[in-house]
Design a protein around this ligand. Sequence first.
Ligand code: SF4
Length: 85
Amino acid sequence: MPAFPVDTHIHRLAQRWGLSSGINVEQTEHDLKRLFPREAWNKLHLQIIFYGREFCTARGCDGTVCPLCRELYPNRRRPLTHRKA
Ligand code: SF4
């Protein structure tokens, strides 16, 4: 059964990557499910978690550092602010 549970890693990355407003985890789950096809949810869920644990940790990043964010947001000049879940 396809599911896209949102933990703290996914919630944080969805905000940083501009995939969700990040108001709360329920909204993040809703936004991600709207953006990605149902058949990708299970795999994407794990990919985001593992990426977050390895490269996009809670501390020390404002969304302007990695090639991923620089590629996705070439016009991003100012650090992002984050909401807590
Ligand atoms: S710059 Fe890197 S660590 Fe920071 S939010 Fe983007 S992907 Fe994550």
